[in-house]
Write a protein that binds this ligand. Structure first.
Ligand code: FES
Length: 233
């Protein structure tokens, strides 16, 4: 129930923020040099109609990456479909003719590796946004908004690098780790990714929270509800 509630809350909030908050309530996604992570990289600004959110052009990548993630699959299959409800717990009788990921639509889960490659594009821009936010209106500053953007980029990097698919890409399909110099390098990288991978669930939840929080901070800042505390040289 907690997992279902957590996902549900994030989905409702992200849909509201990405599609409705700007066009309907006129709350900008970019303010004082901070860009909401839901909209990064910003595509089509100035040429899209007012009702079309630019988030749509980029959000499908992180959304596809998360939806097909091995951890999230386990979590939402259990939380929403009771399939299975838990380890060693019998499935409901309505699950006859079990096919799950062998047929459409769940066979599309196999696209996870493709989404992994694509996910590095917005990730790069999130780091760039955080770095660019340090310089605003011709002055350097270290604002709370920048710290939040850096924290979010860090957690999303941890989430991406702890991916099961990436771990397999680096260290999988090898019969011998010690045979050549190249395979030894791959082994060493694989060991590091394995360390991150052991905490993939934690990275998944923390980064989910951070991306929503970063968006919320920037949107509330844009409404003028509070000022961004900043250190300036
Ligand atoms: S398995 Fe979760 S992001 Fe790849």
């Amino acid at each position: 129930m907690l997992v279902a509630a957590g996902f549900g809350a994030f989905i409702v909030y992200s849909l509201f923020s990405a599609l409705i908050w700007g066009p309907v309530f006129n709350v900008p996604y970019e303010t004082q040099g901070y860009l909401s992570p839901f909209f990064s990289p910003l595509i089509g600004q100035g040429i899209l109609p007012w009702w079309f959110s630019p988030a749509v052009l980029i959000l499908w990548i992180p959304l596809g990456f998360r939806t097909t993630c091995y951890y999230y699959r386990k979590a939402y299959y259990r939380a929403y479909f009771a399939d299975p409800p838990a380890c060693a717990v019998g499935e409901p009788k309505l699950h006859t003719g079990y096919a799950m990921e062998a047929r459409f639509p769940f066979i599309l889960q196999n696209l996870h590796r493709v989404f992994l490659y694509l996910a590095f594009i917005p990730l790069f821009f999130l780091w760039l946004d955080a770095a660019l936010s340090l310089h605003h209106d011709g002055h350097w500053r270290l604002g709370l908004g920048s710290a939040i953007l850096f924290g979010n980029a860090f957690l999303l990097t941890g989430y991406s690098f702890s991916c099961h698919s990436l771990r397999h890409l680096v260290g999988g399909r090898l019969d011998c780790f010690s045979c050549t110099r190249r395979t030894r390098v791959r082994y060493s990288l694989w060991r590091r990714l394995t360390g991150l991978n052991g905490r993939h669930m934690q990275w998944a939840w923390l980064s989910l929270f951070s991306v929503g929080f970063a968006d919320l901070y920037i949107r509330l800042l844009a409404t003028g509800l509070f000022a961004d505390p900043a250190l300036r040289p």
